[in-house]
Design a protein around this ligand. Structure first.
Ligand SMILES: Cc1ncc(COP(=O)(O)O)c(C=O)c1O
Length: 331
């Protein structure tokens, strides 16, 4: 039997792909950018491409309520809230951390989009995530709704397929421009973006390395998570992509002070990228990917053409305005 996989159209694509002329000169490399920060305005970033597959699956399932989870300032939760509002779903978010007094960044946008938000302590979230999500799903069912659970970051074999599509899009752009990247660098958390891009290059037999700048987990844990998703894609789609963690390239020297924390090298990189290229990167994800590219070029390890795949996250800049004001010499 032939399986049919539906997809929705949510992202404004193809997203632009071009050379970062001034940063290439400044950092001494050949740096190009794939601008998935432009997949939408509020609905921006890598999560949108995953949601094209996940929400199509939710529709097939007959769901009317999307349930997902993440940090209080999660980009994935914000993109899901807005996509739910756009497509007429209800949305319930399970957020890791305390309820802040002020609405800021992505949380403000979640509430503007009408998402229902629930807060749980970090300890409880870590210890009981599957049960907590199931309890929320049961609550939605008891109210007469039909829930669809989306995993953290939309990083499962369904969502990751969005990055197989995205990789095909980039290959087409490279063919038109006559460029051959040596590597694609992304900031990696839950691993779905890496899994999709990696599956994409393997399916096309395209000789490009996918490199994660890990922003959350160690090299081994990041590679393990990506490999589990690739395994799941093999089962779901009938691919036979080598999924061993040893095939997954991860650099974990760019986590800095920790997940969702940043320090001066990241803030300085953010200012450099914005002022040289008019591109906004954030302190949690993409600023760290750029810091990685800058440092690896400096260390002589990134020769040839490097693509920085911008995965969005612009709203993550605002909650860091205190530190950025210092970097900019404002205070
Ligand atoms: C802006 C941004 N970049 C990168 C990532 C990491 O993507 P993934 O979770 O697929 O590894 C995220 C995930 O939340 C994100 O919001």
């Amino acid at each position: 039997m032939v399986k049919i996989f539906r997809t929705l159209s949510l992202a404004h694509s193809p997203t632009p792909f071009y050379r970062l002329e001034r940063l290439s000169e400044k950092w001494g490399g050949d740096i190009w950018i794939k601008r998935d920060d432009l997949t939408g305005s509020g609905m921006t970033g890598n999560k949108v491409r995953k949601l094209e597959h996940l929400i199509a699956d939710a529709e097939n399932f007959g769901a009317d309520t999307l349930i997902t989870c993440g940090g209080v300032l999660s980009n994935h939760c914000r993109a899901t809230s807005l996509a739910a509002a756009r497509l007429g779903f209800k949305c319930v978010l399970l957020l890791r951390g305390d309820r802040p007094d002020d609405l800021d960044g992505n949380l403000l946008l979640d509430r503007l989009a009408g998402a229902e938000v629930r807060f749980v302590s970090k300890q409880e979230y870590t210890a009981r995530l599957p049960e907590l999500l199931q309890e929320l799903a049961d609550e939605v069912t008891a109210r007469g709704g039909t829930p669809y659970l989306i995993s953290e970051g939309g990083s499962d074999p369904v969502g990751a397929q969005g990055y197989v599509d995205a990789l095909n899009e980039l290959k087409g752009q490279c063919d038109v421009l006559g460029v051959q990247p040596k590597r694609i660098v992304i900031a990696t958390g839950s691993g779905g973006t890496h899994a999709g891009l990696y599956a994409g290059v393997k399916l096309l037999n395209w000789d490009v390395e996918i490199v994660s700048a890990a922003i959350c987990y160690t090299e081994a844990e990041t590679a393990r998570r990506v490999s589990v998703i690739v395994d799941g894609m093999n089962s779901r789609r009938g691919y036979s992509i080598p999924s061993e963690a040893s095939n997954i390239s991860v650099l974990d020297g760019y986590i800095g002070p920790g997940y969702a924390k940043a320090h001066e090298p990241v803030f300085e990189t953010i200012v450099e990228v914005a002022s040289s290229e008019g591109v906004l990167v954030d302190p949690v994800y993409t600023g760290k990917a750029c810091w990685c590219i800058k440092s690896e070029i400096e260390a002589g390890r990134f020769d040839g053409l490097t693509v920085f795949w911008h995965t969005g996250g612009v709203f993550g800049l605002f909650p860091f305005k205190g530190s950025l004001q210092k970097t900019l010499g404002w205070k």
